[in-house]
Design a binder for this molecule. Structure first.
Ligand code: API
Length: 261
C-alpha cells in the first residue's frame, strides 16, 4: 500500500504525521510505526502522530501519539503543536481549534506564525533534594546542572530514566541551566526515543513550572532555549494549581512524501 505522510518539526523535535481520518492505519501497527520513525530504514522521526476523526461535537480532530519505539505514548507538546499546524494546512481548521489527545482536551491557536497550545492544568509538583517530578501530559524528571552544553545527557539521562523509581515505565529527564531572570536552557533525554532530542514540549513546560514552583523565577512567562530552538511557556498560578498553561513556538512542515508499506 502507498502511504502519504507529512514530516513536521517543532524546535527540532520531529514527527511523521498521517491523516488517518478514514482509519486506513490500525493503531496496533507497532512494527510499521517503528519502521517509519527509523532514521536509517525509514523516514526518521522522534515520534509519529495519527490525525483522526473527532470523538465529540466540540472537537475538530483527535490526536494519537506514538514514540519512535512504535508504542503509543502520553501527550507530546511539540507534536500537538505540529498537528495543529497540519490541521490548518489541510483545511480542517482556520487559526483556532479544540482537539482531544490521550491526556484530554486541548485548545490551540495559531498567531503570528507560532502555535499556542494549551496544556493540562498541573496541581502536583514533587520536590526532592536533587530534582523535581511532575506530569505535564508526560512524566518529567527535572534537575538543574552547571555546564549544560558539555553535560553527558545521553548516559546520565538513560540512567535516571531506567533507575528508581521509574524503572520500566520510565520518565523523561530534563537538565536545566538558568540563563537570566526568566530564561533557561534545557536539554532533554526522552523516554520512548531513548536518546536526547533537540526539544521536548511537555519537558519545557515541566521546566518552566518547576522553576516557578521553586522560586528560581517569579515570572509567569518563561523563555526556554532548547538545542532545537526557543519555546515560551506562559501560565497562571492559583492557590493549588498551575493553569492557563500555554506552550508557544514554531511548527514547520519539512516535506510531504509517499512510502510503500
Ligand atoms: N517521549 C514522551 C512523549 C513525547 C514528549 C515530547 N516529544 C514532547 O514534545 O512533549 C514520553 O513518552 O513521555
Amino acid at each position: 500500500m502507498t502511504l502519504t505522510f507529512y514530516k513536521y518539526q517543532g524546535t527540532g523535535n520531529d514527527f511523521v504525521i498521517i491523516d488517518n481520518r478514514d482509519s486506513i492505519i490500525s493503531k496496533n501497527n507497532t512494527k510499521l510505526f517503528t519502521r517509519l520513525c527509523d532514521r536509517k530504514f525509514g523516514i526518521g522521526a522522534d515520534g509519529l502522530m495519527l490525525l483522526e476523526q473527532p470523538k465529540n461535537q466540540e472537537d475538530d480532530f483527535t490526536m494519537v501519539y506514538f514514540n519512535a519505539d512504535g508504542n503509543e505514548s502520553s501527550m507530546c507538546g511539540n507534536g500537538g503543536r505540529c498537528l495543529v499546524a497540519f490541521a490548518a494546512f489541510i483545511g480542517i481548521i482556520k487559526d483556532k481549534t479544540t482537539f482531544t489527545a490521550i491526556d484530554g482536551k486541548h485548545y490551540a491557536e495559531i498567531k503570528d506564525g507560532l502555535v499556542y497550545l494549551q496544556m493540562q492544568d498541573v496541581s502536583e509538583i514533587e520536590e526532592y533534594d536533587s530534582h523535581l517530578f511532575l506530569d505535564t501530559g508526560s512524566p518529567h524528571h527535572v534537575t538543574m546542572v552547571n555546564g549544560l552544553p558539555e553535560f553527558d545527557v545521553k548516559n546520565v539521562g538513560r540512567e535516571i530514566r531506567n533507575g528508581a523509581p521509574y524503572f520500566e515505565v520510565g520518565s523523561n529527564v530534563n537538565f536545566v541551566e538558568k540563563i537570566n531572570g526568566n530564561s533557561f536552557a534545557v536539554r532533554t533525554y526522552e523516554r520512548g526515543v531513548e536518546d536526547e532530542t533537540l526539544s521536548c514540549g511537555t519537558g519545557v513546560t515541566a521546566v518552566a513550572l518547576s522553576m516557578h514552583a521553586t522560586q528560581v523565577t517569579n515570572e509567569n512567562q518563561v523563555s526556554v532555549q532548547t538545542p532545537g530552538g526557543e519555546l515560551k511557556v506562559t501560565f497562571s498560578k492559583s492557590a493549588n494549581k498551575y493553569e492557563n498553561i500555554f506552550l508557544i513556538g514554531p511548527a514547520e512542515q519539512v516535506f510531504k512524501g509517499e512510502i510503500e508499506c
